[in-house]
Ligand binder design. Structure first.
Ligand code: HEC
Ligand code: HEC
Length: 282
């Protein structure tokens, strides 16, 4: 598995180096962030339609067949609903005590996450909000990120927003965190000096041996997702960490500031995409 990843990266180094040279001489847009640094915006080398065509050519009916067999992550939904109705903690409450039976009043809540939160002076992700309610409103223990219960509850509450468009706001005090996220997305890092943007914007649709690099539209609308490679359901941040590992870069812990800012930037750029959880990926 490690060997395969290294080969993927080696194959990418040549085209990516060519892009870097092209970027030095070609036209480029400069956007100044609030914090005073500049980000060199990249543009996709093919349209989203062309990318989708390549995706279908590349994976054929493999993903359709996977979908037919059903999504193993669906099994988490029932457990998530049970957790939403379960009384826990020192205050004798469940999510349902405040958010209605089966927490149905939280329909639509996931559309505006992540959001800026004044109390933490930073970005509040959906899993963090759920834990904040457990701790503050229920007097219960926070759920460990990426644990079965944490994923099940997050997945269930998020599924209440299925079919609704992502509507993240970057207005006011949220803006600098969006800029930070964008900067992190464009930051070259790791032993191979890649950035997320080089792959997911500029090189989206290109093949890297056994992987097709995905266009970042729709990157945030389907998490938590089941991944065949993990044999497990996982979060968007788990996926970020996987890519960072492939880049041979530092991998921050779950809900670390950098991962939250990237999630904020990326989710905002997916505004309008319809939430559909759980997703399923190779
Ligand atoms: C004692 C009442 C109470 C309980 C119990 C409670 N919450 Fe909340 N929750 C609130 C309040 C009040 C808000 C809105 C204020 C805020 O954003 O902090 C909120 C906000 C939320 C939001 C964001 C809604 C939005 O539209 O922005 C989510 C998601 C959420 N709660 C999930 C949960 C889950 C899941 C549980 C159970 C683990 C839970 N809550 C338990 C009171 C509660
Ligand atoms: C070397 C190229 C490369 C870099 C750099 C890279 N990724 Fe990826 N990423 C991929 C590939 C290839 C996939 C799809 C893999 C697959 O099909 O399993 C992927 C998948 C993803 C997905 C899942 C998409 C989906 O539809 O489920 C997300 C989210 C993601 N990357 C985010 C990031 C972030 C954030 C960074 C920077 C921290 C990053 N990636 C850096 C190559 C890259």
């Amino acid at each position: 598995m490690q060997d395969r990843k290294i080969r993927i990266l080696q194959i990418l180094v040549v085209p990516v180096a060519a892009v870097l040279v092209a970027a030095m001489f070609g036209t480029r847009a400069r956007a100044a962030g609030k914090a005073g640094y500049t980000v060199e915006e990249l543009s996709p080398s093919m349209s989203y339609e062309e990318y989708e065509k390549r995706y279908k050519e590349y994976y054929g009916d493999a993903t359709a067949r996977m979908a037919e067999e059903g999504n193993p992550a669906d099994f988490l939904l029932d457990d998530g609903r049970d957790l939403a109705n379960k009384v826990e903690g020192s205050k004798g409450k469940s999510c349902a005590s405040c958010h209605g039976r089966d927490a149905m009043k939280l329909k639509g809540a996931a559309t505006h996450f992540p959001r800026y939160d004044a109390a933490i002076k930073g970005i509040m992700t959906f899993p963090m909000q759920i834990n904040a309610c457990r701790v503050q409103a229920m007097g219960a223990k926070p759920l460990k990120y990426e644990s079965y219960d944490q994923l099940a509850l997050t997945l269930y509450i998020k599924s209440l927003s299925n079919g609704m468009p992502i509507q993240v706001s970057i207005d006011g005090p949220a803006r600098p965190f969006y800029e930070e996220g964008r900067r992190a997305y464009y930051k070259r890092q790791g032993q191979l000096n890649f950035s997320c943007a080089i792959c997911h914007i500029q090189y989206a649709g290109y093949k890297a041996r056994s992987n097709l690099i995905s266009n970042n539209k729709h990157h945030t609308d389907h998490w938590p997702s089941y991944r065949l490679k993990w044999g497990k359901t996982g979060s968007l941040q788990r996926r970020f960490r996987g890519c960072l590992k492939n880049m041979r870069a530092k991998v921050p812990p779950y809900q670390d500031e950098e991962l939250r800012n990237i999630e904020f930037y990326l989710t905002y750029s997916n505004n309008g995409d319809l939430i559909q959880v759980p997703g399923m990926r190779m």
